[in-house]
Write a protein that binds this ligand. Structure first.
Ligand SMILES: [Zn+2]
Length: 438
């Protein structure tokens, strides 16, 4: 089992993820994504959008709602009153702890006396405009879902979709976690991928079950090992008050007793959210109007954090093996997710004609019109070291330009997983990579 420390160290050393505000001593629960982290995130999000827009029935509409949102949104959604953690405070050092995480009635830092538990809201509060008073209070959204619900009628009025249909959104969300921990598994600023699928209540069970399976398949298709994933179906007494059924897709992050923790949640949220925001509205015919008749659509919600998914993909892909007696670390990422698809090396960096030819090959791959290929140039150190560097960041293919290239127009293509090399004509390499990536 890959330890989290191994991944944190690799992520920093190789430019995936850095601690937030690092040079000023850090800010707990925040992370900065470096060049490779940005590419990996982009690839995960692209695959998620693809899946969200290819739902078997009905349309999926995309949305990008505002991060700063009216206090009224969170009043109606229940977050102002219920999105809280029970906290105790040390009377001596003023530190705060989660009431359900403490082991005695004394402060674990200084031994001081603790207060009785009080509820602490996890939303980040801010104020909008020049005057700071009650009326200017706004919140950074703690989830992207409510942005979808409050735009439900706007989508209906603009597109007149029939049930069932989805509204999907990827965006940042913020939670003032008391104890952010485990790297990007639980941070204060994170990115969510949420789909709300609206349907007739009589079809909700079927869509819930389909969605649950489809989301599991998404992770499997992108290379996560089957034995590291499982469903956790909630028992009736575990369900949130608004949910009729919830299943977590759990991944073996290695952070809990049995190793498994939540990766994604799939929930039947019933009509709870629409009922809260659109009091008195019903679905009648093909419209959502003020009415006594009709019904309120139910909603099936698969919700997953980009950061948490990225962590699962990194942990799952990490491997150590031996090549010709040498130990190597390799990220066996699915080629679709790999930040860099192909690295191009001149065999030697002091022979002008070899370097020029390699530049030509690099430029050709880098300007690939399918936009599927992300190419990387490396001419530092010997070839063996360059291979190791690419293995460690998950690059599926390395192309080396050597003396033979100048004679017959072929290069060596080396495969990350098998470390096998073969000679391929320059004219054929782009097509070969594109085929494997599409
Ligand atoms: Zn204390």
């Amino acid at each position: 089992m890959t330890s989290l420390d191994t991944i944190i160290s690799l992520a920093k050393r190789r430019g995936f993820i850095f601690p937030g505000s690092d040079i000023y001593g850090g800010l707990a629960g925040t992370w900065d994504y470096g060049p490779l982290g940005v590419l990996l995130k982009e690839n995960i999000k692209r695959e998620w959008w693809r899946a969200a827009r290819q739902l078997p029935e009905g349309k999926t509409f995309s949305l990008d709602s505002s991060i700063i949102s009216s206090a009224k949104v969170w009043q109606s959604s229940g977050h102002t009153d219920h999105f809280t953690d029970p906290l105790v405070e040390c009377k001596k050092c003023k530190r705060r702890f989660r009431a359900d995480h403490i082991e005695s009635d004394k402060c674990q830092e200084c031994g001081g006396e603790l207060t009785a538990p009080r509820s602490f809201n996890m939303m980040f509060k801010t104020s909008v405009g020049a005057v700071e008073d009650e009326s200017s209070t706004a919140y950074l959204r703690p989830e992207t879902a409510q942005g979808i619900f409050i735009n439900f009628k706007n989508i209906i009025d603009a597109f007149h979709p029939k049930l069932a249909f989805g509204i999907a959104q990827i965006g940042k969300a913020f939670r003032n976690e008391i104890t952010p921990r485990n790297f990007v598994f639980r941070s204060r600023e994170f990115e969510q991928m949420e789909l709300e699928y609206f349907c007739d209540p009589k079809d909700a069970d079927k869509y819930f079950s389909d969605m649950r399976d489809a989301r599991m398949q998404w992770f499997l298709d992108l290379g996560i090992k089957k034995e590291n994933l499982r469903f956790h179906d909630y028992a009736p007494d575990e369900l949130a008050h608004y949910s009729k059924a919830t299943t977590d897709i759990e991944y073996r992050f290695g952070l809990s007793k049995d190793g498994f923790s939540e990766l994604e949640g799939v929930a039947n949220r019933t009509d709870f959210d629409l009922k809260n925001h659109f009091v008195g509205y019903r679905w009648v015919g093909d419209d959502f109007i003020r009415s006594e008749d009709g019904f309120i659509p139910n909603v099936i919600e698969p919700s997953v954090g980009v950061d948490r998914a990225l962590l699962a993909f990194l942990i799952d892909a990490y491997d150590e093996d031996e090549l010709a007696g040498d130990k190597r670390a390799v990220l066996r990422l699915h080629p679709k997710l790999a930040p860099i698809k192909v690295a191009v090396f001149p065999l030697v960096s002091n022979k002008e004609n070899v370097v020029a030819k390699a530049r030509e090959v690099f430029d050709m791959l880098n300007s690939d019109r399918s936009s599927l290929i992300t190419a990387w140039w490396d001419d530092i150190g010997n070839i063996g070291k360059r291979y190791r560097r690419q293995d460690e960041i998950g690059t599926p293919w390395c192309v080396t330009v050597d003396y033979q290239t100048l004679e017959d127009g072929t290069v060596t293509v080396r495969d990350r997983d098998t470390a096998k090399q073969e000679r391929v004509a320059i004219s054929e390499i782009a097509g070969r990579f594109i085929e494997k990536l599409s």
